[in-house]
Design a protein around this ligand. Structure first.
Ligand code: ZN
Length: 207
């Protein structure tokens, strides 16, 4: 199981990847992976509006194509988007050529909507060295320092909330998911998480 808090040594092994933003300000960088989808993304957007929060959405190209209107809503409301491949590929299970072609297909899906992005997040956080070396020439590869594990349906939402709050710090890059697997946990955890940090004087920004 992946840890809630990225091990402290990870940024030393891969210093060119973005793990966390160095800042002394009370700011949190929320990220939402795998959307946009009609069942959940509009709910997330409404909630972010309530908290005057901005976030970064790592979109799957297929979903951009299917749900272009929600994709545009993300941008219109001041959020940022990043590439999360066309078919949510696991880098460790795909050849270099296959992986790069899939990442490019996601860029193309966004271009068809007149949008471009220089942000990339690998699905499952999995990349081979060769894939990483190629992608880093064109993109900022965004990892995270807090993984909420909202997608794990065996986890109790209260535990997710508690651990996510404990793992969050100034400049944290936090992963949530707007996918169906995460729906129950996300709906329970996100409002509480936002409210906790808003009360502590934090603001939420897009990368
Ligand atoms: Zn993903």
């Amino acid at each position: 199981m992946l840890p809630f808090k990225t091990p402290f040594f990870a940024p030393y092994i891969y210093p060119r990847l973005l793990w966390k933003v160095k800042t002394s300000e009370k700011v949190i960088y929320l990220t939402f992976d795998d959307g946009p989808i009609p069942n959940l993304t509009p709910w997330v957007l409404d909630l972010l509006n309530e908290f005057e929060a901005k976030a970064t959405f790592f979109c799957v190209g297929e979903n951009v194509k299917k749900h272009a209107e929600i994709f545009h809503r993300l941008l219109e409301e001041g959020h940022r988007v990043g590439n999360h491949t066309q078919h949510h590929l696991n880098g460790k299970k795909a050849s270099l050529e296959e992986y790069l072609a899939d990442a490019l297909a996601c860029d193309e899906a966004m271009k068809a909507e007149s949008v471009s992005t220089d942000l990339f997040r690998p699905p499952y956080g999995r990349l081979t060295n060769a894939q990483r070396k190629q992608l880093i020439q064109q993109k900022t590869i965004v990892m995270w320092d807090v993984l909420t594990q909202d997608y794990d349906q065996a986890l109790d939402p209260d535990l997710i909330l508690k651990r996510s709050i404990a793992a969050t710090d100034k400049g944290s890059v936090v992963v949530f998911h707007d996918n169906l697997k995460a729906e129950r946990n996300l709906k329970a955890v996100l409002p509480e998480y936002l409210s906790h940090f808003k009360n502590m004087g934090y603001r939420f920004e897009a990368l």
